[in-house]
Write a protein that binds this ligand. Structure first.
Ligand code: ZN
Length: 341
């Protein structure tokens, strides 16, 4: 599968280091407290200062690494704005800390900002319970549902604060950064309104989590929208991106290594979901809940963090196939929703 992609740089920058990766773009890495243990962030030269793209999960270590980068790598120039691709904690986590430190604005799409504010506000109080009910309906037992609910309500752990105001990014908008034009291309399915940034002049795409080279971006039904069909939106977004992007651009993804082969990777991701859908249809010869599908879709042992992603992913495939009229849903007397061909 990976033969079709080309990775121009074999080694990622070490902690606290930066590495030039494209004209005007520095690449850096921050740690994450998960099995997926890193995120790529970007520093863009921006005239008399810098634009940061994505912030990192709120960890003391990440703050320390940022301080080291600010002291050594910025050439005495200030950060002028903080641009965030989407509301997930590894991307927006330290946005409040960074905007305060630099007295710089947050640039983000409206729906991503609203989600981040919602997840860090009072609305979080009843969310654990709602997410627990959601997990029960998907077939997890009482104990796993409780853990699922608590995990979904733990957003604030990685995001202590979100700036109370923002500068809006929207689909098609052109952002001038360091004399270059970067066009916003919104992706859906992984997050509500994820901002990818494309620079036609240099042939570079900052992809966020919309397109990743080695793992399939998480596409999950979320407890806040239990009837959602994010896979339909994700597949439609992939088509739009494929049509909007030339084949030979350099993709800067939020995880793993920068790569060439964007069309090939989009085709692989679409094929991956088609194969998953085939597996789900086979498994649904008898009525199956999302929880019943976990051993079918994820052949490895899952930790609880991964379990939370996995259940939402199983539901995403079930809802997509239901939307395509390939599966039908029944609510059992036990309250669990099961799907069958
Ligand atoms: Zn994400």
């Amino acid at each position: 599968m990976l033969d079709s992609l080309e990775f121009p740089v074999a080694t990622a920058p070490g902690p606290g280091d930066v590495q030039p990766i494209a004209p005007g773009v520095l690449w850096l890495r921050m740690p994450l407290p998960f099995a997926l243990n890193h995120i790529n962030l970007w520093l863009l030269e921006d005239g008399p200062g810098w634009t940061i793209v994505d912030c990192g999960f709120a960890l003391a270590k990440t703050e320390e690494l940022w301080q080291r980068i600010f002291a050594v790598q910025l050439g005495g120039r200030p950060v002028r704005r903080i641009l965030v691709t989407h509301y997930h904690p590894d991307h927006i986590g330290l946005s409040g800390w960074l905007t305060d430190m630099w007295q710089a604005p947050l640039w983000i799409t409206e729906r991503e900002w609203l989600h981040a504010r919602m997840m860090t506000g009072n609305a979080g109080a009843d969310y654990a319970e709602a997410a627990g009910v959601f997990a029960r309906r998907a077939g997890l037992d009482a104990e796993d549902s409780k853990i699922f609910g608590e995990r979904h309500a733990s957003y604030r752990r990685g995001v202590p604060s979100v700036p109370p105001s923002y500068h809006r990014l929207s689909d098609g908008m052109v952002v001038e950064i360091g004399g270059r034009e970067w066009r916003v291309i919104v992706g859906e399915g992984h997050a509500p309104e994820l901002a990818c940034l494309y620079c036609e002049e240099t042939g570079v795409l900052i992809a966020g989590d919309q397109i990743l080279p080695r793992i399939s971006p998480n596409i999950s039904v979320q407890p806040y929208e239990p009837e959602g069909d994010p896979l339909a939106r994700y597949l439609a977004s992939l088509k739009r991106l494929r049509a909007a992007l030339p084949p030979d651009i350099l993709v800067l993804p939020s995880h793993n290594l920068p790569f060439y082969g964007v069309h090939e990777r989009i085709d692989e991701l679409a094929a991956h979901h088609a194969a998953r859908c085939d597996d789900v249809i086979t498994a649904c010869a008898r009525p199956a809940s999302a929880a019943d599908l976990l051993p079918v879709l994820f052949r490895r042992q899952l930790d609880r963090h991964q379990m939370g992603f996995a259940l939402g992913e199983a539901l995403a495939h079930l809802h997509y196939l239901e939307g395509q009229s390939a599966l039908m849903r029944q609510a059992g007397g036990d309250g669990v929703h099961r799907f069958t061909v």
